[in-house]
Design a protein around this ligand. Structure first.
Ligand code: PSU
Ligand code: MN
Length: 307
């Protein structure tokens, strides 16, 4: 499609019908410091390749929507001095004005759906923020999950969020929230939150079958797969909870609002844990890339009654 630019690797995969996994880029531009962002982005792409699929990192450079980045483009994105954080509201404006930036879960879903990519791996999705009853801060990620037919593999909603309220909004929107291999809802840096996930699935093939079943029912919207962070780099929820409460209070006192809340809290938690949240973040996104590749391959093996 003329509004999208495919990389050499993704164009070949598309032509050959190879399984593709979309990757977001706000984690690169706003989620991690340089150069860990660049190293992590390439490591995540390699995880997808090793697991038998082709990575398609999605971003906007000079107003062009890229489905897969060449390595020089990835390096440029990771080092941009003032990248935009592009969510659903921003994507078209960035494309019309020649801007550059990282796409959030919401914007990456829009691009992936248009590109015909069914599976997308990220770290954690946005959701309902703590104090949302005052701030009304609810991520556009939740609304996009109800609209784009893409299976999103994450490590749960980011632990900086109000998890029960996030689950309630997803339930209202009819988005299946599926814990992978356990009953508890994973909480990003922590493998288990105190809350049960509404649904549980234990294997990639069944997840692929559910994706296809949604299409057969003509249901818009995606599935949210919540894959617990690998144990070696996980941080117990009870250790993080007080730090999160303190960080959220600090953000509120400092007048941090709207798009700046998530990057502020992630930075703050990274400092407060002496880098442990960043280590966990890198481990979990790599694990999500592997699971997403397995789902993409399972989808590929199915006969597809496309709607
Ligand atoms: N997960 C991370 N780092 C991030 C994000 C997720 O480890 O930076 C990004 C995702 O792109 C997600 C976005 O879509 O934060 C949510 O931002 P907001 O709450 O402002 O919608
Ligand atoms: Mn927000």
């Amino acid at each position: 499609m003329s509004d999208m630019i495919w990389s050499a690797e993704t164009a070949t995969a598309k032509a050959e019908g190879a399984p593709l996994v979309a990757l977001e880029s706000t984690i690169i531009t706003h989620g991690m410091p340089y150069p860990e962002n660049l190293h992590t982005a390439s490591a995540v792409e390699d995880e997808v390749r090793r697991a038998g699929a082709i990575p398609a990192t999605i971003a906007v450079l000079d107003g062009r929507l890229h489905i897969g980045l060449e390595s020089a483009q990835l390096e440029r994105l990771a080092a941009l001095p003032a990248p935009m954080k592009l969510s659903r509201a921003d994507l078209a404006v960035a494309m019309a004005t020649g801007a550059s930036g990282g796409t959030t879960v919401a914007a990456t879903m829009i691009a992936a759906a248009r590109a015909g990519i069914d599976v997308f791996a990220t770290g954690g999705i946005g959701g309902v923020h703590l104090g949302a009853e005052h701030s009304w801060d609810i991520s556009a990620d939740l609304h996009q999950l109800a609209q784009s037919r893409v299976t999103v593999v994450c490590a749960g909603p980011k632990a900086i969020l109000d998890l029960p309220k996030t689950l309630e909004v997803l339930e209202t929107l009819g988005v299946p929230v599926i814990a992978y291999g356990q009953d508890a809802l994973p909480a990003f840096w922590s493998p288990a939150s105190p809350f049960a996930a509404p649904l549980r699935m234990d294997d990639a093939r069944a997840i692929a079958a559910a994706h296809t079943a949604r299409a057969a029912l003509d249901l818009p919207g995606g599935q949210l797969i919540c894959n617990p962070v690998p144990a070696a780099d996980a941080i117990p929820y009870a250790d993080l909870a007080p730090l999160i409460t303190a960080a959220a209070a600090k953000a509120h006192a400092a007048g941090i609002a709207a798009k700046n809340v998530t990057p502020y809290l992630l930075n703050h938690l990274n400092a407060a844990t002496e880098g442990r949240t960043l280590t966990a973040n890198i481990a979990l996104i790599r694990a999500n890339a592997r699971l997403a590749a397995a789902i993409a391959q399972a989808l590929q093996m199915q006969p597809r009654p496309r709607t």
